[in-house]
Each structure stands twice: as C-alpha cells, then as structure tokens.
Write a protein that binds this ligand. Structure first.
Ligand code: SAM
Ligand code: SF4
Length: 343
C-alpha cells in the first residue's frame, strides 16, 4: 500500500455524544475471516463476506484517519483475526504516522496469536506497544476443541515472539462453564508468572453459534468469589472507560481484569465506537443501530460527507445496551457475530 497522506481535518471539532461522552477510542474490524472457529464466537460452517464488501486498506486508513482528526486517541485493530488480512502490516505502517505526529496515543491489536510469531517484530517496529492475545485454555486438546481447529503451540510461539519484540502482552480469556472454569487459577498464575496481565470476559449474546449460550455462560461474580477463597484481590482504580474492572492479586503481584458486558456499570463512561470491516459504524456493541460509512467513503475523495455521516451517527449514540442471556429468549440479543463487529 502506498504511504497515505493524512487528510488535514485538524480543524474538525471533537466527537462528543448527546450524553457528553467524548469518543476517543475506535475499534476497527479489518476482516470477518479467521483461522479459528471458536465455539462461542462463530458457527463451524461460516460464510464469509465477499471481498468487494470489505473496505480496502486505503479506505480503512482514510476512515481511521478521519476519526483521529476528530479526537480518537486509541485505535484497536481487530476482526475476525486481524493478522489474516493480507498486507495488514502496510496499514499498520501507514497508521503509524499518527503515532509519530502525536495525534494518536496508542495503536494496538487484538489477536488469537496464531500468526503473531510472523508479525510481532513488524508491529513493534511500527510503534505498536501492546497486544491482546485471546487464549481460553492452556490445555492443547481443550484448545483445539474450543477453537475447533487451533494449535496452541503456534499461539505460544506468537506470545514469545511478541515479548521478544518488546510488546506488552495481555491475555484475554472468555470464562466458559465446564471448559475453563476450573483452570482459571492456573491460567492466572501462568500469565502473571510471565509478566502478562490477564483478563476474563463474560460471554456475550452476539450472533448465532451452533450451541446454546446459556450452557457456556459463567458469571464472573461467581469466578471472583471462588478466587477470593484462595487469593487476596485488591480493587484497582478504573482507567479504561470500558467494561473492564481490574484487581491486583497480592499473591502473584499481577493484574486481573473482569470484563462484564452484561452489566450496565460502564455505559455511562463509554468512550468508544466500533467499525466493521464493511465500514458500518456501531455506536454501541449491544445495539443494532448503525451507520454506513462505506457509502460516504466511496462517494467522493474528500472526507466532508464522511465527517457529516459520523457526526450524525454519534448524535444517536445510545445511553446503554440491552444484553440479555436467558432461556426464554433463545435468539441472540444482537444478530451479528463478534467477528463482524470486532471484540
Ligand atoms: N480473533 C481475534 C481474537 O480472538 O482475539 C480478535 C477478534 S475476537 C472477536 C475478539 C475477542 O472477542 C476475543 O477475545 C474473543 O474471545 C472475544 N469474543 C468473541 N465472541 C465472543 C462472545 N460471544 N462473547 C464474549 N467474547 C467474545
Ligand atoms: Fe476467530 Fe477470535 Fe472469533 Fe476465535 S474469537 S473465532 S479467534 S475471531
């Protein structure tokens, strides 16, 4: 991808929603494809989008740059699996100009780690400082079962390569009844032993999968109570503006995060929006309302229409979400998969 020029939109006003929340964090899904098929995320037999539906790398750059011009300070690339997107490194390299200029504070990525060994050094070279690696179990057989095809050895190589490249690694694990619920202490000790933060995520009702989510759902307050029987957990002040709450585990000295999207305790400080790989802007992970940004991107070379569409969408950012997992409502609260919106 040729080096892109920043469109000079510095005079554009910052994005502030009707509830006074500044939008400073953008998560962008760069592909809906993935080399895994995690049981809580995808159906086994997924149909992916045709290529023409996806934003090109140039369009992704323009879109991210437009948000940065409006005050976005943190940008997270996600997916699907971001590292399976062809030439992703050229987008990372191009976006790194905003790190150099100081307009962007952080460029980061959420990955399943399978390809990280190949790309860790390039990511670090382009200014990425931290990556989140999703890993739900340390057991190779369980790992293959949860991902339906993944090889844990590759992920471990990826984590080692990231650390070797100087990237700070955070491990994210979805808390899953029966699958990893009894191995959580072991995972925490492993992560903290290697100087990695560890965060647990509650399953969210996003998109049809081949199973029943009520069987997978493991509330994190149950996990926390169990951990408190063996460890001393000290609450840490929240600095993320997101759904994560952090504690220090005194025995390991490491940080443990709890992401509980089914509670509303974080919506009032929500500073984030998401864009799918087709350029659809979601103002809330848990609501269907969205705005198409691909049309405005493709309609003209200038960004005026794009900015107007973004403004209009942010003026509709809802106060909070409506997630529910229960047996009466068999259908997911939100029809799209996490791999479309990005985690
Ligand atoms: N493929 C990358 C990965 O796995 O890290 C990035 C995309 S993935 C959709 C981002 C995160 O969302 C992962 O940590 C994954 O475990 C989580 N996730 C996917 N589906 C979920 C669901 N239904 N509920 C909660 N977390 C989910
Ligand atoms: Fe792929 Fe990530 Fe979804 Fe797993 S959670 S299927 S790795 S996108």
């Amino acid at each position: 991808m040729p080096a892109m020029q920043a469109s000079s939109n510095q005079s554009q006003p910052p994005l502030i929603d009707p509830f006074g929340r500044s939008i400073s964090y953008l998560r962008v899904s760069v592909t809906d494809r993935c080399d895994f098929r995690c049981v809580y995320c995808m159906a086994e037999d997924m149909t992916f989008l045709p290529k023409r539906e996806l934003l090109t790398l140039e369009e992704l750059d323009r879109l991210c740059s437009a948000f940065i011009a409006r005050g976005v300070r943190k940008l997270r690339l996600t997916g699907g699996e971001p590292l399976v997107r062809k030439n992703l490194m050229s987008l990372v390299e191009s976006l790194s100009r905003h790190l150099k200029s100081g307009d962007l504070e952080e460029l980061t990525l959420t990955t399943n780690g399978s390809q990280l060994a190949r790309f860790a050094h390039d990511l670090a070279r382009h200014g990425v400082k931290r990556v989140n690696v999703s890993l739900d179990t340390l057991d190779p057989d369980r790992f293959r079962a949860v991902t339906r095809c993944g090889e844990i050895g590759k992920v471990m190589e990826g984590i080692a390569a990231a650390q070797d490249a100087g990237l700070k690694v955070k491990i994210n694990a979805v808390a899953l009844r029966d699958v990893n619920e009894h191995a959580i202490p072991e995972m925490i000790e492993w992560a903290h032993g290697q100087n990695m933060d560890f965060t647990l995520i509650e399953t969210m009702p996003l998109g049809d999968i081949d199973g029943d989510r009520t069987d997978q759902y493991l509330p994190l307050n149950t996990v926390r109570k169990r951990l408190e029987e063996s460890y001393t957990l000290t609450d840490l002040p929240d600095r993320t503006g997101g759904p994560a709450r952090y504690v220090k585990i005194e025995e390991t000295g490491g940080r443990l995060g709890f992401i509980t999207p089914l509670t509303h305790n974080f919506c009032e400080s929500c500073n984030r929006v998401r864009v799918t790989c087709t350029g659809t802007l979601f103002m809330c992970l848990g609501q269907e309302d969205a705005a198409d940004l691909r049309g405005p991107l493709r309609a003209s070379e200038g960004d005026e229409l794009l900015h107007r569409t973004i403004d209009e969408a942010i003026s509709r950012k809802p106060k909070g979400h409506d997630f529910v997992i229960d047996r009466e409502r068999a259908a997911p609260a939100v029809g799209r998969h996490m791999s479309v919106t990005g985690g």
